[in-house]
Design a protein around this ligand. Structure first.
Ligand code: DHB
Ligand code: FE
Length: 281
């Protein structure tokens, strides 16, 4: 039987990818940010899973106003890094896991969550920046990745509660897979940021840190936070944080072990938050 061994949470600011790709990670501005991921890289080397189930959002790259799936599961054998305007990032092609992805789609859809099945999709910074932060600059990503795209860009967006329960359904699906795969689930995006309008540049350290506390200790109650609170307190793009609840919902009901916690402001316009939670086996 497959199982979820750990969850990883991280922001996905595109400028982080550019800093890495352009060799600027040692610059004064970026050094403290990347230092926060040193522990992570070492942890990941010791805890490389068989598959990563990576919850992220597409930023009008693969999808657009033409078509807006709320939840989309990537079932393809591979996913190319997207061209977001400056050419594709120089990072490896993402290899998928079509068998496990199809199994999760079957199980989760039968559990009443309407997923869109995607057989061709380029992946943007929402997916490639978290991989770079955790795996470093590599020739090949260390394991297959199932991209799971959530609409947090165009209203209406899914609630935290629905995301949390979807995580539960993903956990069940993984536990029913017939091969002993170790699966990590990653929740990405956030933390507080607003890229537009009069409040552009908004950061809310105290709200973010309380979110981290509650994600660890009382995720089910945190899932009750309405989407308007995310927008008011964490900015219009802070709503990306509902994706973290999918990953948290997929964890065991027992308290997790906090393997790493990090918070850093600023990275571009965003407060970077990062957590690694391990399931006790
Ligand atoms: C920034 C952050 C994001 O999450 C994003 O998708 C795009 C830009 C930023 O802070 O620049
Ligand atoms: Fe984003």
């Amino acid at each position: 039987m497959a199982s979820i061994t750990a969850s990883v949470y991280t922001s996905h600011v595109p400028a982080i990818g550019a800093a890495l790709d352009l060799g600027k990670s040692g610059d004064d501005y970026w050094k403290p940010l990347f230092a926060g991921y040193d522990t992570t890289k070492a942890w990941f080397k010791d805890n490389t899973p068989d598959v990563i189930f990576l919850v992220y959002n597409d930023h009008a790259t693969a999808f657009s106003l033409d078509m807006i799936p709320t939840f989309a599961i990537g079932c393809a054998a591979e996913f190319k890094p997207a061209d977001e305007g400056w050419g594709p990032r120089p990072v490896p092609v993402v290899k998928g896991h079509p068998e496990l992805a199809a199994h999760i789609a079957q199980s989760v859809i039968q559990d009443d969550f309407d997923l869109t099945i995607v057989n061709r999709m380029d992946v943007d910074h929402g997916l490639t920046v978290p991989l770079s932060l955790v795996c470093g600059q590599v020739q090949q990503w260390p394991c297959p990745v199932i991209p799971f795209a959530v609409n947090v860009v165009q209203y209406p967006v899914p609630s935290g509660r629905r995301c949390f329960h979807l995580g539960r359904a993903i956990r069940k699906a993984v536990s029913l897979y017939d091969e002993p795969l170790k699966v990590q689930i990653w929740g990405t995006g956030g933390m507080s940021h607003q890229l537009q309008g009069p409040r552009a540049g908004l950061i809310n350290r105290s709200w973010d840190n309380r979110f981290l506390d509650r994600l660890i200790a009382e995720p089910e109650k945190l899932a009750d936070v309405p989407h308007m609170e995310y927008v008011q307190e964490a900015g219009s793009e802070g709503i990306e944080l509902v994706m973290w609840l999918i990953a948290r919902g997929a964890m065991s009901d027992r308290p997790p072990r906090v393997a790493h916690r990090f918070y850093h402001v600023p990275a571009s316009n965003t407060a970077v938050g990062h957590l690694i939670l391990e399931n006790s086996q």
